[in-house]
Design a protein around this ligand. Sequence first.
Ligand code: GRF
Length: 214
Amino acid sequence: MGVLASGRGSNLQSILDASEAGEIHATVAAVVSDREDAQALDRAAAHDVPHTHVDPEGLTREEHETRLAIFLEEHDVELVCLAGYLRILTSQFLQRFPQRVVNIHPSLLPAFKGLHAQEQALDHGVRITGCTTHIVDEEVDHGPILLQAAVPVHPGDDADTLAARILQKEHEIYPATVELFARDRVHVDGGTVRIEDLDDHGAGKDPSFVWPPT
Ligand code: GRF
């Protein structure tokens, strides 16, 4: 798999750790950032993962994405994970990895798309929010939903405390999502996803879907 990241890279780290622990049957083969100072690049370096910075300055979106795609393809990437990647991808990029570009968003989609999802949740006074992994399409924070985890909003929460609580769950569902692809259990049917076994037998009744794995 390849990871696109613009910043901190804690989700990348959760996937690297799960891979090295043998919890997922996937290897991070390439990390690309649009920002030279992204901490995600340092994390890739620390794990000896091939990584690069592709500066968007002076390039069209398509030119920039083509360079990203070439780097990913050179490293035989089959699944592309967006982890805090702040650019919107065009269909030209998505068509190179059909139904194989995944994103994580810090809300229970379709609520609170876009930036500052945790603040949006607080502004609406919701009592439960969470995080979502989904297949990426041409719309922002849209596309067939893969996994979700719910998180309570506590009295007195601010955007930072809520974000930290959600992030803990992100670090569980992103590696779990990657594992679903590694086991070839994701089937896209129009706008929704069927997860083999999990959806056929019901959540909690599938002994092979335990996270973290025991
Ligand atoms: C996460 O909250 C993720 O849901 C959102 O951007 C943030 C990235 O954090 N898309 P990190 O760079 O993985 O630490």
